[in-house]
Write a protein that binds this ligand. Structure first.
Ligand code: MFK
Ligand code: FAD
Length: 499
């Protein structure tokens, strides 16, 4: 069988390996305890969490419809590693850190730095965490009407920690939720509601609670169509004895990737639920959740790029071809450099959005910050999602044939990247969201963007090396300004993206 065996690429502490993350934190959040925490967490990722994430890929959830005696039970059986990741998420304060706000306006940067390290090793546990954080944000923004749920979503106590689902998509519409939602809510004597309908995609179906949308019916069973008819509800998914709260799990989806996550089709047949939003304000209220989950998506996209770049670099130092290591082939180095540039750009855009979110939550955001957060959230989500697919795909190629082989663990990275542009709003839908933000603010979001970019270009202009890039960026900016004038003067939905 020959004597040569290729050394495999080794994952080492991703915090130590990430010079850009460390430099960013040194500049903005130099607290020693942050450095210590991330260094320790980086070790835990390598020695414990990475193997758990892999186990989740290899042992995907299964649905048990009936028990041995023929009773319908609809249990979702997840592997031990999935449960362990839930406990670790609580212990590490992966959601909690965003609400403890220990580092003031930098708290989100701290939390998301940790999430960014966690994501590529975590077997997509980031998916339930995103929705958990989003649910906490919605509850907080509504004045914490359900205190116990809020505390459970944001606790570090693994025994009390709850995750949340986000059940929006129905068969008729995942993008057009406002006209596609058929689920109805019938008011009960005690002021609570029972929900009836069919949710077509629900990830984290094993979550403890969920937020969902439904139309409240009047006595004669009628409801209002469109987004004005939708209200936001909270429901616990499972009763104390493990039976479901009026939910039938029809089946688990057979997916290209994200196999670790139990994504189901659910029949809601009298699910007890509590109204959270004002009646008819469901879409506007759940928008806060969308902001958070879209930022998580961005963080996970940047993290996938960083992880593949890290592994490619590692491999290039071990694999030889044509008499020298890959790292000594100029053409291969050019490929890796391009991956690195995309990864760095994604990281900096991601952290900028997290910084703005932290400032808004700390009440230190200027008007410009608030406008930029609204504009950049969909932009960052849609751009990094597409880039992640390109970067991970190119990254696989740099392992040659091994990049295509399942037990290297590499192919699942590409499968999981592919979803980033679909869930939490497709690229086109988010492009329209950008236009919505422009029209709704009468162009102020773009004005804020131009002022911000101008300031950055002025600063960059001071460096002779950056001057050619600055000049080319100014040309692009002029074209964008012309488009902005059109966008600001017309209602959303009537704008041409190609302008
Ligand atoms: C790995 C980690 C990543 C996370 C993993 C998560 C797993 C996957 C989970 C999912 O995929 S969950 C489902 C996600 N679904 C979507 O993202 C839905 C995509 N569709 C949209 O985003 C539509 O734009 C939306 C349904 C939100 C609204 O469409 P409409 O019907 O055209 O809404 P309309 O009438 O323009 O807006 C209604 C209100 O919401 C308005 O407020 P007002 O009534 O006060 O005027 C809007 O301003 C507000 N709104 C809409 N989008 C907003 C927003 N407000 C703030 N930010 C936004 N982005
Ligand atoms: P459609 O809305 O039918 O879109 C089809 C195509 O049309 C897309 O390319 C879209 O960009 C385009 N399009 C739609 N409208 C426009 C327009 N106005 N202009 C231009 N183009 C347009 N949903 C949940 O609620 N909860 C979950 O937990 C969840 N988990 C998921 C997990 C996975 C693995 C996947 C794949 C999906 C999940 N989803 C979940 C659903 C997801 O959010 C939707 O699939 C997504 O929002 C798109 O909706 P759709 O499938 O109905 O596609």
């Amino acid at each position: 069988i020959g004597t040569f065996f290729q050394e495999r690429p080794l994952l080492t502490n991703p915090f130590t390996q990430d010079a850009l993350l460390r430099a960013y934190l040194r500049r903005h959040l130099p607290e020693q305890e942050v450095q210590r925490d991330l260094l320790r967490f980086g070790e835990r990722l390598v020695t414990e969490i990475e193997a758990l994430g892999r186990q989740c890929e290899l042992k995907p959830p299964v649905l048990q419809h009936y028990d041995a005696w023929g009773r319908r039970v609809d249990r979702i059986l997840t592997c031990d590693a999935w449960t362990r990741l839930k406990h670790i998420s609580a212990q590490e304060g992966l959601v909690a850190a965003g609400y403890e706000r220990t580092y003031g306006e930098w708290s989100r940067v701290y939390q998301m730095s940790k999430m960014y390290l966690f994501a590529p090793s975590a077997g997509l546990y980031t998916c339930p965490l995103a929705m958990t954080d989003g649910a906490a944000k919605v509850i907080e923004s509504l004045g914490v009407p359900v205190r116990e749920a809020f505390e459970r979503l944001t606790t570090r106590d693994e025994k009390r920690f709850w995750t949340s689902g986000q059940w929006m998509t129905e068969r008729r519409g995942g993008s057009d939720v406002s006209s596609g939602t058929e689920t109805v809510a019938r008011r009960q004597q005690d002021g609570r509601f029972k929900l009836y309908g069919f949710k077509w995609f629900t990830s984290a179906t094993d979550a403890d609670m969920t937020l969902t949308l439904a139309r409240i019916t009047d006595r004669s069973g009628h409801s209002t169509a469109g987004s004005r008819g939708l209200s936001l509800f909270m429901a616990e998914v499972w009763d104390a004895d493990g039976s479901s709260n009026g939910v039938e799990v029809q089946r688990l989806k057979d997916k290209l990737g994200t196999r670790q996550v139990p994504t189901a089709e659910l029949l809601l047949d009298g699910m007890n639920a509590q109204l959270l939003s004002e009646e008819g304000r469901g879409v506007a209220s759940i928008a806060n959740m969308l902001t958070i989950t879209r930022i998580y998506n961005t963080v996970c996209a940047a993290a996938a790029m960083r992880r593949i770049s890290h592994l490619c670099r590692e491999y290039a130092c071990k694999r030889s071809a044509f008499g020298k290591l890959l790292k000594d082939h100029a053409l291969h180095v050019q490929t890796l450099s391009r991956l690195e540039v995309e990864t760095r750009a994604a990281f900096l855009l991601t952290m900028e959005v997290c910084r703005l979110l932290g400032r808004e939550e700390n009440r230190s955001a200027s008007d410009r910050d608030t406008l930029l957060l609204r504009l950049l959230t969909p932009v960052a989500k849609l751009y990094t999602a597409k880039q992640a697919v390109c970067v991970v795909s190119e990254g696989l190629e740099s392992f040659g044939g091994q990049g295509y082989i399942e037990d290297t663990g590499l192919p699942s990275m590409l499968r999981d990247a592919q979803v980033l542009s679909i869930w939490e709003g497709t690229t086109n839908v988010l492009s329209l969201d950008v236009l919505r933000s422009i029209a709704k603010s009468s162009g102020s979001v773009l004005q804020a963007f131009f002022v911000d970019v101008n300031e950055r270009l002025l600063a960059a202009d001071a460096s002779a090396a950056l001057r050619p890039a600055v000049s080319s960026l100014r040309t692009s900016l002029s074209a964008l300004k012309r488009f902005a004038q059109t966008a600001a003067s017309r209602p959303a939905g009537t704008l041409e993206l190609s302008a």
